[in-house]
Design a binder for this molecule. Structure first.
Ligand SMILES: Nc1ncnc2c1ncn2[C@@H]1O[C@H](COP(=O)(O)OP(=O)(O)O)[C@@H](O)[C@H]1O
Ligand SMILES: [Mg+2]
Length: 306
């Protein structure tokens, strides 16, 4: 099988891990920089060009699209979808997962717990709305932050109001969340592949820090999910339409709360911590899916002669 990883660089850990896992299983592997793809949109003849060549021999793609290049990345994935190439991350699911507010809205409509969150577009109501979150502290998040940058702990209601006002001044949208104190600076990252939880770790923030991002110096250990946690993790990935997902949750007094669902979860931390071959799980899932595609569809994949 010919599998291409859509990634900006070959030397990224996750890209290499996927490449090696596919290669070890005897597949032809490639890396395509989605930001350097050119597209031709034409009725019934979608095409992708990369490095001067039309791509017409790929069975599946595994997108690894960073947050800063989501939009064009999703456009390139969509083009492969139009070409009937299997993708481990669908373009609409990628777009939806990158919108923190829409994701929380979607998750909150089911029985999945989420931290109570307010979105303030009009500062007038801010003091009143913040009070509905309960007593301070509060967590303030920039909508476009990653790796914990843009996540702030406001110790008092007044501090929270000042911070939100300041961001409004510079036209930055934020959300304000109840602080889940009992999580004690830890969260859980669970990787879901094809509807199964394949690896899970608990990340613990260093002393004096509440953000448990590995990029912020957190340490991680393998963990086994409770039945309830596993159910909610799988359901979150399913609701977001993601076959491959990194689901983050906080353990709270009222049960697991889903914080976010990542469409391109990093593999380095989870593979090192759990010793699970997550990349191999992703390759196996993709191969099994492509094999299921009917011979007819395979014939239809390329509408014109190669
Ligand atoms: N409401 C909250 N209560 C307690 N801790 C939180 C809360 N929200 C985030 N955190 C901590 O901050 C970290 C980063 O927040 P997150 O929303 O995941 O931002 P990012 O997308 O930048 O990783 C989380 O991993 C968690 O440890
Ligand atoms: Mg996070």
């Amino acid at each position: 099988m010919h599998i291409s990883i859509l990634s900006r660089a070959f030397n990224l850990y996750s890209t290499q891990s996927l490449y090696r896992a596919g290669f070890r299983r005897g597949h032809k592997m490639g890396v395509i920089d989605h930001q350097r793809c050119n597209l031709i949109i034409e009725k019934n003849l979608p095409q992708v060009y990369f490095e001067g060549r039309r791509i017409n021999d790929v069975d599946a793609i595994i997108p690894r699209v960073g947050a800063s290049v989501t939009s064009y990345g999703a456009t390139v994935i969509k083009q492969f979808e139009l070409m009937n190439v299997f993708t481990s991350t669908r373009s609409d699911a990628l777009l939806q997962s990158r919108d923190k507010l829409r994701s929380l809205q979607k998750l909150s409509t089911s029985d999945i717990g989420v931290p109570k969150t307010i979105i303030v577009n009009n500062l007038e109501d801010l003091p009143q709305l913040i009070r509905t979150l309960g007593p301070p502290p509060f967590v303030i998040k920039l909508l476009e932050g990653t790796h914990g940058a843009g996540v702030i702990l406001a110790e008092s209601t007044n501090a929270a109001i000042s911070i939100v006002e300041a961001f409004h001044k510079i036209n930055q949208k934020v959300l304000v969340q109840e602080f889940i104190e009992e999580a004690s600076g830890a969260d859980i990252r669970a990787i879901v592949v094809g509807g199964k939880v394949v690896a899970t770790m608990k990340r613990q923030a260093p002393k004096g820090e509440f953000r448990s991002n590995l990029h912020r110096g957190a340490t991680a250990i393998p963990i086994i999910l409770t039945e309830e946690e596993e159910k909610i993790v799988k359901k979150s990935a399913r609701l977001m339409g993601l076959d491959v997902a990194g689901v983050d949750l906080l353990q709270s007094k009222r049960g697991p709360l889903i914080m976010e669902v990542n469409a391109s979860p990093g593999l380095e931390g989870i593979e090192a911590t759990t010793r699970v071959d997550v990349a191999g799980e992703i390759i196996d899932f993709v191969v099994q899916k492509v094999k299921k595609i009917s011979a007819y569809q395979r014939e239809q994949r390329w509408k014109v002669k190669r």
